[in-house]
Design a protein around this ligand. Sequence first.
Ligand code: SAH
Length: 239
Amino acid sequence: MSEFNNLRDTFRRLGMELTEEKETIYRGYMEDILELNESINLTAIRERDAFIAGHYDDSMACAFTPEFQEAGRIIDVGTGGGFPGIPLAIAYPEKEFVLVDSLNKRIKIIVSLAEKYGLSNVQALHGRAEELGRREGLREAFDLCVSRAVANMSTLTELCLPFVREGGSFIAYKGPGSDGEIADAAKAIEILGGSLRSVEKAYGGPEGTEHRLVIVSKKKKTPAKYPRKPGTPGKSPIK
Ligand code: SAH
């Protein structure tokens, strides 16, 4: 049995086929990340089955939403070792992905692996979301912003929603115990121009680590004062 059977099944449920070519890319990217992980911290996962479940299947969860299916240009904020951006970009070469991280060592790795595997739909940008979210060409320039394991929901909304165009969406991957932080983010979501559309159970991750997808629709432009300066959204989340 191939260790990629679950991912193959995820592809099928999405109406696609995990081709041999794509499987080779997923495998190569995983091997490279696991090897690089010995010198640069990219993931706590060191075992292949857990990597595929925890990083690949889990990242694919948002592909089941109409927001993702309809999006052409997507930004992944705090991508780390490329999650969820890279698995999604391999699966959907016709969509454009911008992967952002404040740690340049991680961005350099993504740039070189994207080139190695011919992922011409991936651009990796070094910087803090608080600064990049003010840059022309990035602010309100994406159909969808995704983010996993970066900050609490209120902080994350301030980091992510500025990138989203009116009518677009933001999807946060959150753990099962996130009711409190989602409730605490109500004010931030409203102030930043969003509206909570739904909280959905995401399928794909390993048992016990299933994520929920918190889906926020962007209704209005984000006020010019947001995001606040680097560090402030984390230190004093909007309440
Ligand atoms: N999304 C990945 C990595 C999570 S770790 C995954 O799920 O595996 C969080 C990452 O967010 C780190 O790589 C960190 O450098 C980055 N990060 C934290 N705050 C950030 C900010 N304000 N702007 C950009 N990146 C940020």
